[in-house]
Write a new protein. Sequence first.
Length: 316
Amino acid sequence: MPDLPDLPLSPDDRETYRAVATDGTPVAGHDVARLVDLGLIAPNPDQDGRFIAHDPRAAAQRVLAQVQDAITRAASCMAELPSVEGLAPAYDQHRWYSGPVSELLQSRDEMNRRIQQALRTASEEMWTAQPGAPVDRDPEVQRAGMQRVLDLRHRGVSVRSLYNVAVRDHAPTAGHLAAAVEAGAEVATVEELFPRLVIIDNTHLFIDNCLQPGDKDAGWHVTDRATVAWAHMLYQQLWARGTRWQEGDTSSEMLTERQKAILRALEEGEAQHQVGPRLNLSDRTVTKELAAARAAVGAQTVYQLMAWWGRRQAEG
């Protein structure tokens, strides 16, 4: 790439040009090299030590052409940088670490923008885990989510989503997830507590800001290969323990999925006060759901409810 013109002109340069333009003689002691290089003056072939001034507008046009050529070349080089960075997997293939390993993103919007950026080049998978209780979402947000699923599936990208079992009893969320499954996504629910995360192409991992548990908006973008691979393995284990959306538990239509999840936890030996943390529910919610379940099956006590539950499981 050629060197750029030597600018700006100094006060001595401007004074020298004016002197040459007037009588052809530069100011004594002033260097004329920059003016000659810019084409503003040239040695007089007929008189030693004297110079001829040239039109500065023509010199400016030559400088402009040089700068434009340099900008074009620089833009062309910048356009090739992604292909150069694309060689990183070959460099990292036999290494135990790779590049910057994590970055704190300070807001939910920043997290979403970074996830969208990673999804634009996704070619293999987008796996998400959403442990929170279902909430009523803006229909526009749900439509945008559905369009993202359709776009990814059209590109052949695997789309998997893990949810808290309570989403099966939340009609708006259940309808959205059923549509996502129809569009080719895979959805499963789990009864146990699990972390929120997003994995893209086994290369990008997005997690909550666990360093400050009270911060619900910030999160981390992790690109360390070992950490992302560990999260990928954890996700596969959670997925294997989940219930696919199409295989929802039908052991008793009298109970909600949340109530059945509570009974399964009790059946596995959890004390009632341990069920809430496991299912990401408050103690008050667990008590309320057990009361509703007792009323649904006509049981007076939790012991009677569990006895009924055991019989239904044996029959199933």
